[in-house]
Design a protein around this ligand. Structure first.
Ligand code: AMX
Length: 436
């Protein structure tokens, strides 16, 4: 934690000066136009937000500080230097500083997470008392709020801290959150779906491995899967609902706990993070409708059309920015090809990949007929026995915290102001049209 903070201090001074100069010299340069369609259409395509940690290209997919997913898989440190998948601790370092960390630096973060990982007892008791039929994402968001009294940011603000120090408290809170989220998430899982017992933290394990163990999964391949999973779900630039919501709430100087909980409420929507749960439900629905394992592509096409004709979206397909297959889908497909090539659920996902883009193209509405991250993640978890799909978005949420909290720290460091875009009414639009 200390090494990261020291590094971050340098980066923040450097970046702060850069941004200041850009704004001073080029603040009036126009970077886009806004049409009436954009204003009604969910602000699609408007460049109205600076978000440093990652950038999404519509053809190529996500880059974390310039690194693609295959590059992250290659360059970020691995578990004991011999695992195959990147450690999300390394991604955290990369997102915050823009630099690839060494194995030693990553180990330091893992250690810090262990040191801060104890969830307050009264919080655990309340989580255990949640009704079992309360959705895991509702529990997760509520649990994050329960952690909020620990906020150093909120306490410092109350004490009248100088604004130049905001980022340090946001950083501190973010480390506490990231350290405690796995335990909170595992508690929810064990409590809702198992007997409530949970394995104590193992300090010899990394963040993902320890989380997997607390969930109750000790297969080393599952640990590798979780390292990949928690890395690739972390960040997807700033305009998606969970990132933007966290950013928006944080801009009011709400502390990282309040901000993250806000982001998680957005992630819980079926068009966003809940899509991974919806995909699994959809796969089960298809399996029930198919004549058996010998189904044909025509059978699949028919069930897809039935679903679309019922006025529902095909979950896991389409994207607001992407126009190609999501590289987060591709790397999960590669994981499946390597570790579970004969899994029947993987076969179904694979067969759907061949059929769905054609059907969606013929359907003629969606701008992107290709699969996104959520089309694949569920069947990997099913394979290792994490079969309760209502839980899947919580895993997404634990990962997404890495990205959105990194940016929150940087936003406070750059002194970004309260977010407040201008809205207009339809009456205003009509008058504007008439006068032009
Ligand atoms: N199945 C059927 N119709 C779809 C579709 C899909 N997978 N994706 C988009 N469409 C429809 C839209 O509903 C919209 O219809 P409308 O004109 O009747 O409202 C039309 O195609 C145009 O939409 P778009 O511009 O292509 O997409 P968008 O930017 O408005 O929305 C998204 C993007 C992801 C919400 C949408 O593709 C969708 O609903 N997909 C299914 C849910 C999903 O997988 N979400 C997860 C996305 C990744 C993530 O955030 N985790």
């Amino acid at each position: 934690g200390d090494a990261l903070k020291a590094k971050l201090k340098d980066v923040i001074v450097r970046e702060g000066e850069k941004v200041k100069k850009i704004r001073k010299d080029y603040g009036n340069v126009i970077i886009g136009d806004v049409t009436i369609d954009m204003a009604y259409g969910g602000m699609r395509g408007i460049k109205g937000l600076v978000y440093e940690t990652s950038l999404l290209d519509s053809e190529e997919g996500i880059r974390f500080r310039g690194l693609s997913i295959p590059e992250c898989q290659e360059r970020l440190p691995k578990w004991h230097d011999k695992g195959e998948e990147p450690l999300p601790e390394g991604l955290l370092w990369l997102l915050l500083t823009g630099e690839v960390p060494t194995s030693e630096q990553v180990k330091g973060i893992t250690r810090e997470f262990h040191e801060r990982g104890n969830v307050p007892e009264q919080v655990e008791a309340i989580i255990r008392s949640f009704p079992k039929d309360m959705h895991p994402m509702t529990q997760f968001s509520a649990a994050i709020l329960l952690l909020q009294p620990q906020s150093k940011f909120a306490a410092a603000y109350r004490e009248g801290v100088n604004k130049s120090k905001y980022w340090e408290y946001a950083f501190d809170d973010s480390l506490t959150l990231l350290a405690q989220l796995p335990r909170v998430a595992a508690l929810i899982y064990r409590n809702v779906f198992k007997d409530g017992n949970i394995t104590a933290s193992s300090t010899h394990l990394d963040w993902s491995g320890n989380f997997s163990q607390m969930l109750g999964f000790n297969d080393r391949k599952f640990h590798e899967l979780m390292r990949l999973y928690l890395t690739i779900h972390a960040d997807h630039e700033g305009g998606n609902v969970s990132a933007h919501a966290t950013h928006l709430v944080g801009s009011a100087l709400s502390d990282p706990f309040l901000s993250l909980s806000g982001g998680m409420n957005g992630l819980a929507g079926p068009l966003h993070g809940l899509a991974n749960q919806e995909v699994l439900r959809f796969l089960k629905k298809i399996q029930a409708q198919l004549p058996g394992p010998q189904y044909t592509k025509e059978d699949l096409t028919k069930t897809l059309w039935n679903h679309l004709n019922g006025g529902q979206v095909i979950p896991g397909y389409g994207h607001a920015v992407l126009r190609k297959t999501d590289p987060r889908y591709t790397c999960q497909r590669e994981f499946a090809l390597k570790h579970m090539p004969h899994d029947p659920n993987f076969k179904l996902v694979s067969d759907l990949y061949e059929v769905t883009p054609k059907v969606l193209t013929e359907h003629g509405k969606t701008k992107n007929p290709f699969p996104n991250v959520d089309a694949h993640s569920g069947v990997l978890l099913q394979h290792y026995g994490l079969v309760e799909e209502d839980y899947y978005t919580v895993l997404f949420g634990v990962s997404r915290a890495v990205g959105v909290l990194s940016q929150l720290v940087l936003s406070r460091a750059l002194g970004l102001p309260i977010e407040r875009p201008k809205s207009v009414t339809t009456e205003w639009v009509e008058k504007y049209i008439a006068s032009n």
